[in-house]
Write a protein that binds this ligand. Sequence first.
Ligand code: RUB
Length: 355
Amino acid sequence: MRLIEELANRHRESELALPIWFENRTLRLLDQLKLPFEEDIQSIASIEELGEAIRSMMIRGSGAIGLCGAYGVYLAAYQSKGDVEKIRQAGDLLKSTRPTAVNLMKTVDEMVATAVSAQGDVVETLEQKAVEIIERQLEFEYQLGKYGAELIEDGDTIMTHCHSGALGGAGYGGRALSVIRAAHEQGKNIHVFTCETRPYLQGARITAYELKKFGIPHTLITDNMSGFCMNTGKIDKIVVGSDRVSANGDLANKVGTYMHALAAKENGIPFYTATSSHTIDFDTPSGDAIEVEMRNADEVTQIKGVRIAPEGTSALYPSFDITPNKLISGIITEKGVITAPFEQNLGRLNEKVNV
Ligand code: RUB
């Protein structure tokens, strides 16, 4: 436990906002459901509790739930004293929580494969692996932030959707906010329009909270205002995160993203997704093969438990939508910015930078 606890201490000293960490041999996470009004830290005692925290959106965002894969499988290893069967079951439980974000699946698979092939002590081997995954994801945030910031000009207003930030990632800025934070740290005078993101309000509750923390000027809009803002010249660029990018560059991201991308195309506004190579799913050929998580209709008919529609109203909540690659100007990754033709250029991702 020493290695993984020291990592959290180091990260806190580097002004990172951590979504999840180990402290005093206990897994802790910041309850994102209570933001921005309360910074409530929850202790997680079991893999079942972690699974429930992910399902309930207490911890969310594709990067952060990817980290849950590393922390969770290590927790199972620690508690079971390295029982590989229990580790595998914990991995399956975590993977069943949210189907769309591919990072969680990949991280769990990497941890379980490490357990299966471990030569020495399974618990120690998995602790080292978890630390490696967390460090790697953080490094990706710095790198993609640097590449993405090159696309941002002094004076730009950037629109983002949902929350693709530090608490949805490894602590620097996740994906979209790593680009924005890096541009701001470079001294560029930027302004951010954040869409509130119905029904869970991640944009209003969490993106606005982080932008305030980073000292980045911002304006909150409701999702249905984005077309007006684009059409009246208020937006220069759009940067969103990504829960999964298929091999041809189609993008699964928080529902509403597709609508913004259509309006961006119509108005000639560059539309970027910030992601990492780990979110590109080469096993999924195109967006129509991505499973879109359907959540409980109560989350639409109620806000924080308060009913906003008549009793008995039926509602639909697809948690994500698919933006086809033809609407995407570039995919910002830790290896550079990928542009069309996406299928070909994503395929060369491992070889080339800035294709
Ligand atoms: C979060 C969401 C974010 C993505 C992308 O979904 O859709 O826009 O996670 O951001 P939820 P990132 O709140 O349902 O988990 O790529 O930074 O994760």
